[in-house]
Ligand binder design. Structure first.
Ligand code: MD3
Ligand code: FE
Length: 219
């Protein structure tokens, strides 16, 4: 256990291992925040945020949209990846070059060279929004890592084990942090605690998370 995980001022440029093949890359996204936010405005305009409904019939507290050739969606029939936005019938917006470059750089720094995501799930949190403990298993190829970029308000990430009952560790994530999960950690349970009230200088009362996946078939 790395006690530095709980340091309030994790230093930009630092790398923290949170699992055998999982790493927090502190502040890695900071230099490209303006480009990320500009690209987000385009994505939102083409594919507005929505609150997906789970197969159980509950509306998720997190708001989501996607870019890439595949996008993750949910409704009463189940969870799946689709090439089209079910709300508009159009293809999801393309993955912006800055997204691809940042995801590939982060994956490479974590030991996953050649990461080429085909899907980016965009999650929007507001104070009170949470994401319950779950596994990401709707992708076809678990050999690829997942890369996540945090912007705006801080959040506490829960990082569990391979069984739901394994008590999760808490990892604080700040604006600009990038996390990479892969290999033996790819199917670990994880979630996000309810977002605390606050105001971020650039994003106001919001946290944005970009989650990059290889969702389709392996090349
Ligand atoms: C850990 N999103 O969208 S980062 C999700 O901050 C999701 O919005 C969170 O979990 C967020 O599914 C957490 C992404 C993440 C994705 C896959 C993982 C973390 C993971 C797989 C294994 C372990
Ligand atoms: Fe997840």
């Amino acid at each position: 256990m790395n006690l530095d995980l709980f340091a309030p001022d994790a230093s930009p440029g630092g790398v923290e291992a949170i699992g055998p093949q999982s790493f927090v890359l502190r502040g890695l996204a900071l230099p490209c925040v303006p480009q990320l936010l500009a690209a987000l405005r385009g994505i939102e305009a083409a594919a507005p945020f929505r609150h997906l409904v789970t197969p159980g019939g509950f509306s998720m507290s997190v708001a989501t949209t996607n870019c890439g050739t595949l996008g993750w969606t949910s409704d009463r029939r189940g969870y799946r990846y689709t090439p089209h936005d079910p709300d508009t019938g159009r293809a999801w917006p393309a993955l912006p070059a800055v997204f691809l470059a940042l995801a590939a750089e982060a994956a490479a720094q974590a030991g996953f060279a050649g990461f080429a995501p085909d899907a980016c799930l965009v999650n929007r949190y507001r104070p009170g929004t949470k994401l319950s403990l779950h596994q990401d298993k709707d992708e076809q190829d678990y050999s690829a890592p997942i890369v996540s970029v945090s912007l705006g308000l801080p959040a506490v990430f829960q990082f569990g084990g391979l069984a739901r009952a394994d008590r999760p560790a808490r990892v604080p994530l700040q604006h600009g942090d990038v996390v990479v999960w892969g290999g033996v950690d790819r199917l670990r349970f994880h979630g996000v605690l309810p977002l605390k009230q606050g105001r971020h200088a650039l994003l106001g009362e919001e946290r944005i998370n970009f989650t990059f996946r290889k969702a389709g078939p392996p090349p």
